[in-house]
Ligand binder design. Structure first.
Ligand SMILES: CC(C)(COP(=O)(O)OP(=O)(O)OC[C@H]1O[C@@H](n2cnc3c(N)ncnc32)[C@H](O)[C@@H]1OP(=O)(O)O)[C@@H](O)C(=O)NCCC(=O)NCCS
Length: 156
């Protein structure tokens, strides 16, 4: 699998690519697609880390010892083939290299596939944000999940 890890400057093409994957992946959940302009701005930030492969993107922020998954999407035509897990594994390895102590994220509480994947990578629920995501069908609460890299013994 051809995975690209990109900190720092981005190309216009990259922001377009992210927006296209994000729109396709989140359409089913009724979540607003992030525009290429929004991705462009995020990619410009010094803490941003984009992990991408044909059909998938994972955008994270890493500041000192803390990492956060900002968005994560696999095109519907490429889902359930191991791509999401591969991208997340690259992020986990990157966190270990950067001596990150914890990685957090927010995920819709009805997003069974994503929650299951994060649990597979030893993320644990540490909180709930009520009515956090606005969807076309109303508000959905978010689970806040965290993976600690302290005493990190798993290989995921
Ligand atoms: C969540 C998402 C990124 C997973 O990507 P993917 O490439 O389909 O995931 P993988 O094929 O690598 O599967 C990894 C694990 O995720 C879980 N998983 C993925 N799809 C699943 C599904 N439809 N039902 C249940 N579990 C699922 C499983 O634990 C799976 O491991 P397994 O195959 O050993 O059982 C993808 O479904 C997606 O883009 N969804 C829409 C956007 C989204 O929800 N992003 C996350 C927001 S926080």
């Amino acid at each position: 699998m051809n995975v690209t890890v990109r900190p720092g400057p981005k190309s216009l093409h990259q922001a377009d690519f992210c927006a296209e994957i994000h729109a396709a992946a989140f359409a089913g959940a009724g979540i607003r697609a992030w525009s290429a302009g929004e991705f462009s701005e995020l990619l410009d930030r010094p803490f941003s880390l984009l992990i991408s492969a044909p059909g998938g993107i994972l955008l994270a922020g890493i500041i000192d010892e803390d990492a956060e998954i900002l968005t994560f999407a696999v095109h519907p035509s490429k889902q359930k083939q191991g791509l999401g897990a591969a991208l997340l594994k690259v992020l986990m390895d990157h966190c270990r290299c950067r001596k990150v102590t914890k990685c957090i994220l927010e995920v819709a509480n009805n997003n069974y596939a994503a929650v299951k994947m994060y649990e597979r990578f030893s993320f644990k629920q540490i909180g709930v944000r009520k009515n956090y995501f606005q969807t076309g069908r109303g508000f959905v609460s978010a689970l806040v999940m965290e993976k600690s890299f302290l005493n990190d013994s798993d290989l995921a």
